[in-house]
Design a protein around this ligand. Structure first.
Ligand SMILES: *Cc1c(COP(=O)(O)O)cnc(C)c1O
Length: 372
């Protein structure tokens, strides 16, 4: 099925399919376009009509090819196709629950932790994830993006901020997706950052390995390697996303010496099951991608329908910890304006009544006492 559609949209050209620019030019963002890939449900087509003026959407042909054409609850569809639930906004929801705006020091730099910053390279993405934590910045239609002065502005002010703060040793390029930049433009930015002595490591947050792995070309990897140490974190949320193409993209990065980590968001309907989460983490370590964070879903306007309870997240965390390879277990964190707060169950270790006495518990629920 997938191959038949792929052949029809590419005119039977493997070359087109494996060219990331072709993937970008042929992104799906109309109802008719989407109908070539899936049997669009009434509710999906209503959402596409009704949300037109509110949230943008766009899906690469590659990511569309992973969708189940007949199942509206397909985890790939839930992440990429607009949903009427995006209009349901509880009072507790916020456009910026993580406080990026509060900690934003320049147009692009958010400085929340002492030694590291995030750098908002762009507000555009290959696919607009419905659960985006910066939905206000990326997906919301209209002029009120984070970028007061638009993306075309220079980086001078942002670079100057980093230059004048010697405690910043780690710069994380995010967005939007930084790999939306051409290699040349990205190289210019990396050059400016590398020219700052106190910037020790550069990190890139990109979902391209999942959404259009064709973007991870040898040229890109070679360019990144010339700015080492460069790390990359990507965003796999479901084992279906761990395809041969995605694995090959991660392999290219790894061979270029770029360690690849993964940040999963806990999403109702997509991966809120111990079984799916375990399959995902095991699939990632098989392709040498290291699980880093499991994010509790933020209560962002337009995203609340994806939220689970912390209890559910903790149960999923417990189904991993101790049961599978230690480094296949991500840290479960809740992001607020306080930062990324670990929210793993505290039962693993509790102080006893006597000084120096600790009550510990293992993954099987067996308890013990440790005396200091
Ligand atoms: C997530 C984040 C970072 C990086 O945090 P790590 O825990 O080091 O991965 C830095 N700054 C901001 C504002 C962030 O949201």
């Amino acid at each position: 099925m997938r191959n038949i559609i792929v052949r029809s949209v590419t005119g039977n050209s493997d070359e087109a399919w494996s060219d990331w620019r072709w993937q970008m030019r042929n992104r799906i963002s109309t109802l008719d376009g989407l109908k070539r890939w899936i049997n669009v449900s009434t509710s999906e087509s209503d959402a596409i009509q009704q949300l037109k003026e509110i949230y943008r959407w766009s899906i690469t042909p590659y990511y569309a090819s992973l969708m189940d054409p007949d199942d509206p609850n397909c985890p790939i569809r839930l992440q990429a196709v607009p949903s009427l639930e995006e209009t349901i906004v509880p009072d507790s929801a916020n456009i910026d629950p993580v406080g990026d705006q509060y900690f934003r020091k320049t147009n692009r730099v958010v400085h929340k932790y002492p030694d590291r910053v995030i750098f908002l390279v762009t507000s555009v993405c290959p696919v607009y994830c419905r659960h985006c934590t910066r939905k206000f910045h990326t997906t919301t239609v209209g002029p009120e993006s984070y970028f007061e002065q638009g993306e075309a502005t220079s980086w001078d002010e942002d670079i100057a901020y980093i230059e004048s703060h010697p405690q910043i040793r780690d710069v994380l390029l995010t967005g939007g997706d930084p790999l939306m930049y051409s290699n040349d433009r990205l190289a210019k930015l990396l050059e400016k950052l590398r020219a700052i002595n106190h910037v020790e490591i550069i990190r890139i947050g990109s979902r391209f390995p999942v959404l259009a792995p064709q973007r991870i070309t040898d040229e890109l990897c070679e360019m990144l390697a010339s700015f080492h140490p460069v790390w990359l974190n990507t965003h796999f949320n479901h084992p279906k996303e761990v395809t041969e193409e995605a694995a090959a993209a991660c392999d290219r990065l790894l061979r270029a010496g770029v360690p690849v980590g993964n940040q999963t968001v806990l999403l109702k309907g997509v991966n809120n099951s111990p079984d799916v989460m375990r399959q995902l983490m095991l699939a990632l370590v098989k392709i040498r991608v290291r699980p880093y964070y499991l994010y509790h879903c933020d209560n962002v306007v337009g995203v609340s329908h994806f939220m689970t309870s912390l209890k559910e997240g903790q149960a999923i965390y417990e189904s991993l910890q101790g049961h599978i390879t230690g480094f296949a277990v991500p840290q479960y964190v809740l992001t607020t304006e306080l930062g990324k707060n670990p929210v793993m169950p505290y039962e693993y270790v509790k102080q006893g009544d006597i000084e120096g006495e600790w009550h510990i518990r293992n993954f099987r629920g067996q308890t013990g006492i440790y005396l200091e």
